[in-house]
Design a protein around this ligand. Structure first.
Ligand code: HEC
Ligand code: HEC
Ligand code: HEC
Ligand code: HEC
Ligand code: HEC
Ligand code: HEC
Ligand code: HEC
Length: 324
């Protein structure tokens, strides 16, 4: 399903004024599990459901057990003949393996090497406690104090909120039984993704994630960003909050399809350059003309990201391009 970019500049500017600082789901709502959501929504939202359950996010954590053999065979990437630990030690697979994959033992401790998919090799990784350092972002409804989650992988409820109240009254169209990111202020929508696409610590310092945050809530009450200097994994929101894009309401779901219904890389709604020109075409005709006007020479296969998102950074700034 193709959808238009949802945020016009004018719309964004108006909605930003209405800061949604309360959670968008009722107090006390509980996580019900992705299966429940899928059971009802498969009928009316077949494309969303079918594409989402195959996306990397939905498979960001896979339990290794007999009930799950098919999934394990499909997603397990490491070559355990050369691994510094035994395959039998692997109780959880962390990430679907787009670029890398890590592994946890039965006590939820990170095993000491991760697999680089393209390079086909193991690199050392710190053997930290995943209940404090990893699992909230790779599962649904994780509570660090209990060391438990509701569903493995990023389920519907991490973005739409815990669903028990919605499930008991699904036809209630009030905004507050389920979080509707498409109707939220863009900064609140970005914070939903920011729960996991950020670098830093919880405000009490105990975890690497914003334990307690719910969609629509006040992100800064739960999390403090690190001062990141270089490129790295899961720091897109930490980068984005510093940009003019964020200020103007150009956020994650403007460019990315959260449910992965497209064939483009990184779940983009449109190919990279088309994504950018949708908004920038008033001043920029194409890459060769633009580059010439800035006295830079683009590589033959350049996209807008080549200069404005080096190494995948989400800073979209002019200084980065300057250094090219
Ligand atoms: C018992 C069936 C049922 C279950 C279970 C259910 N939903 Fe719904 N959901 C509905 C109905 C009915 C609507 C209203 C449909 C509409 O407004 O078009 C709805 C609406 C929604 C909407 C808003 C759609 C929009 O157009 O804005 C979202 C998001 C949503 N559900 C997510 C979920 C999630 C997440 C779960 C799992 C926790 C879930 N639903 C479980 C029936 C269900
Ligand atoms: C704050 C949330 C968060 C925490 C904490 C977190 N991750 Fe992730 N992880 C993500 C996100 C988001 C991505 C995908 C983002 C990206 O590609 O930049 C990801 C991707 C990955 C990948 C796959 C990378 C790839 O590109 O294929 C691995 C492996 C991984 N994480 C392991 C871990 C391990 C091990 C820990 C704990 C030491 C951990 N993560 C902690 C959010 C988190
Ligand atoms: C990574 C975050 C994320 C996850 C996970 C997610 N959604 Fe969404 N969902 C969104 C966002 C953001 C929107 C707003 C519309 C958009 O940007 O496409 C949305 C919109 C919707 C809508 C509104 C109707 C529509 O046509 O767009 C429904 C229904 C929905 N989601 C259901 C689900 C179900 C069911 C699941 C699990 C199978 C799910 N979502 C998982 C982020 C998410
Ligand atoms: C609960 C944590 C969580 C939330 C919330 C979340 N993500 Fe992610 N996201 C992840 C993890 C973990 C991965 C890595 C999955 C993997 O590689 O297995 C990921 C991967 C991705 C990817 C890369 C997919 C690919 O094909 O390489 C995109 C794009 C993405 N997320 C966008 C979003 C957007 C947009 C939102 C908000 C609407 C969002 N995410 C919300 C945890 C999360
Ligand atoms: C203005 C458009 C735009 C916005 C806003 C945006 N992204 Fe991206 N994102 C991109 C493009 C383009 C790429 C591909 C970059 C490349 O391949 O060089 C990308 C790549 C990614 C990836 C893949 C990284 C990888 O190594 O595979 C993730 C994850 C991601 N974005 C998450 C997010 C999240 C989360 C947000 C909000 C905090 C966000 N993006 C906001 C355009 C955007
Ligand atoms: C939804 C509309 C929208 C999309 C899509 C979009 N932009 Fe922007 N962009 C803006 C707005 C609005 C500004 C701020 C303009 C201003 O304040 O002068 C901006 C500013 C910029 C700037 C200047 C930043 C600065 O600090 O001066 C760069 C560079 C940029 N965008 C690159 C990109 C790239 C690359 C993409 C695609 C990955 C993209 N944009 C996609 C709307 C968009
Ligand atoms: C070969 C590198 C390169 C490519 C590719 C590139 N740009 Fe730029 N861009 C630049 C440079 C250099 C500047 C000027 C930086 C400065 O003023 O310090 C710039 C400036 C900008 C600005 C700020 C406004 C302005 O005109 O100064 C925007 C917006 C922008 N680019 C968008 C885009 C979009 C959209 C694309 C894809 C169609 C793109 N750029 C592709 C190098 C590039």
């Amino acid at each position: 399903m193709k959808r238009a970019l949802t945020l016009g500049w004018a719309v964004a500017a108006v909605t930003i004024a209405v800061a949604a600082l309360h959670a968008a789901v009722p107090d006390g709502a509980k996580y019900s599990g992705t299966r429940m959501c899928v059971a009802c929504h498969r009928a009316k939202h077949k494309d969303i459901v079918n594409s989402y359950i195959k996306s990397p996010m939905a498979n960001a954590l896979i339990e290794v057990n007999d009930d799950n053999e098919e999934k394990v065979t499909q997603y397990l990437k490491g070559d355990f003949k050369t691994a510094p630990f035994k395959q039998d030690d692997v109780a959880f697979i962390l990430a679907s393996g787009v670029h890398q994959q890590a592994y946890l033992d039965k006590d939820m401790k990170v095993l000491p090497a991760k697999w680089l998919v393209a390079d086909k090799k193991w690199v050392e990784t710190p053997a930290v406690d995943a209940t404090k350092e990893c699992l909230y972002c790779h599962s649904t409804g994780f509570v660090a104090a209990d060391k438990k989650y509701k569903t493995a992988g990023v389920g519907c409820e991490m973005c739409h909120g815990p669903g028990s109240a919605h499930i008991s009254a699904p036809a209630d169209k009030k905004l507050d039984t389920v979080a509707r990111p498409g109707e939220m202020d863009p900064k609140a929508s970005a914070a939903i993704c920011g729960q996991c696409h950020s670098r830093g610590r919880s405000v009490d310092g105990a975890t690497a994630f914003p334990q307690g945050f719910l969609p629509g809530g006040d992100f800064n009450k739960f999390f403090k960003h690190d001062e990141v200097k270089g490129p790295g994994l899961n720091q897109q929101f930490t980068d984005l909050v510093k940009t003019k894009h964020y200020e103007k309401g150009v956020v994650c779901a403007t460019c990315h399809d959260p449910h992965g219904e497209t064939g483009n890389i990184a779940q983009l709604r449109k190919p990279i350059t088309e994504t950018c020109l949708d908004c920038h075409k008033a001043k920029i005709v194409d890459i060769p003309t633009h580059a010439k006007s800035k006295n830079v020479t683009p590589p033959a296969d350049a996209t807008c990201a080549t200069c404005h998102m080096p190494e995948g950074r989400h800073l979209f700034d002019k200084t980065v391009a300057d250094k090219k």
